[in-house]
Design a binder for this molecule. Structure first.
Ligand code: B12
Length: 210
C-alpha cells in the first residue's frame, strides 16, 4: 500500500493517489507514516524534475496532491487530540522561498502535540520574524526552506534576531529539503531537524525538558 502511494504520487496519478491515501487514513495506518511516504514520493518527483523529465506543472501537481493528503491526515489527527497548549512555536518559510508543504506539516504536528503554533507563512523577511517574536513571544522559532538560496536567508534571519537582542529568548530550529547540520552551523541555529517529528522532539526538549 505504501509503495503504491509513492508510485501513484510520483507518476502523477492524482485520482488514484488520493483514493489510496483516503483508504489509508480511514483505515488503521499510522498518519505520520503516511506523510513520511508522501515525502519519499516528493523526493522522487524532485529527482525527475532535476533530470528534466518533469517540469514546473508536475511540481505543482505533486504539491497539490500532498496538500490534500496532509489535510486528510490533519483532520484525522485533529479529531483524536484535544490537549491544553504547553508552549509556543513560531514557524515560517524564510525570505525568497515559497515552499510550504513541509512547514505546514511541522506546524500541524506541533499543534496536535499540544504546542501553540503561529505560522507566518512563506517568503518571510528577517524583520518580520523579529516583529512576530516580539509580539507572540515564542520559546521556539522554526525556519523552513527548500532552496539553496534559503541558506543565506536563514543566516540573515538568525542574525536579525540576534541584533534585536532576542537571541537568548528563543531556540531556533531549521529544516526543509536542502537543509543539513552544516547549514545549521552556517546559519547559527540551535538544531537541524530532518523531518517534522524531529521538530516536535526539539520543542518537547526545549520547552518541556523532555
Ligand atoms: C512541490 C515543490 C514545489 C512546489 C511547492 C508547492 C508548495 N506549496 O510548497 C512549487 C511548484 C511551487 C515549487 C517551486 C519551485 N521549486 Co520546488 N520543489 C518541490 C518538490 C518537488 C517537493 C517539495 C515538498 O513539498 N516536499 C515534501 C515535504 C513534506 O518535504 P520538506 O519540505 O522537505 O519537509 C519535510 C522535512 O524537510 C521537514 N521540515 C521542513 N521544514 C522544516 C522546518 C523545521 C524547523 C523542521 C524541524 C523540519 C522541517 O519536515 C517535513 C516533513 O517531514 C521539491 C523536491 C524535493 N526533493 O524536495 C522541489 C525543489 C525544492 N524545488 C526546486 C526548485 C528549483 C523550485 C523553483 C526555483 C522552480 C522554478 N524554476 O521556478 C521554484 C521556487 C520558487 C521559490 N522562490 O521558492 C528545487 C530546489 C533546488 C535548490 N537546490 O535550490 C527542488 C529540490 C527540486 C529539484 N530537485 O531541483 N516547488
Amino acid at each position: 500500500m505504501f509503495e503504491k502511494l509513492v508510485d501513484t504520487i510520483s507518476d502523477m496519478r492524482e485520482k488514484e493517489a488520493l483514493e489510496i491515501a483516503k483508504a489509508m487514513v480511514d483505515g488503521d495506518e499510522n498518519p505520520v507514516k503516511i506523510l513520511d511516504y508522501c515525502s519519499k514520493a516528493m523526493e522522487k518527483v524532485g529527482r525527475r524534475f532535476e533530470a528534466g523529465e518533469y517540469f514546473l506543472p508536475e511540481l505543482m501537481m505533486a504539491g497539490e496532491m500532498l496538500r490534500q493528503i496532509s489535510e486528510m491526515v490533519k483532520r484525522k489527527l485533529k479529531g483524536e487530540v484535544t490537549l491544553e497548549k504547553r508552549g509556543k512555536v513560531l514557524m515560517g518559510t524564510v525570505e525568497g522561498d515559497i515552499h510550504d508543504i513541509g512547514k505546514d506539516i511541522v506546524s500541524f504536528l506541533l499543534d496536535v502535540n499540544a504546542f501553540e503554533v503561529r505560522d507566518i507563512g512563506i517568503d518571510v523577511p528577517p524583520g518580520k520574524f523579529v516583529e512576530e517574536i516580539k509580539e507572540f513571544q515564542p520559546q521556539v522559532v522554526g525556519l523552513s526552506g527548500l532552496l539553496t538560496l534559503a541558506y543565506d536567508s536563514m543566516k540573515n534571519t538568525v542574525q536579525a534576531i540576534e541584533e534585536a537582542g532576542l537571541r537568548d529568548s528563543v531556540k531556533i530550529m531549521i529544516g526543509g529539503g536542502q537543509m543539513s547540520e552544516e547549514v545549521r552551523e552556517y546559519a547559527g541555529a540551535d538544531a537541524f531537524g530532518k523531518d517534522a517529528m524531529e521538530g516536535v522532539t526539539f520543542a518537547k526538549k526545549w520547552i518541556l525538558g523532555e
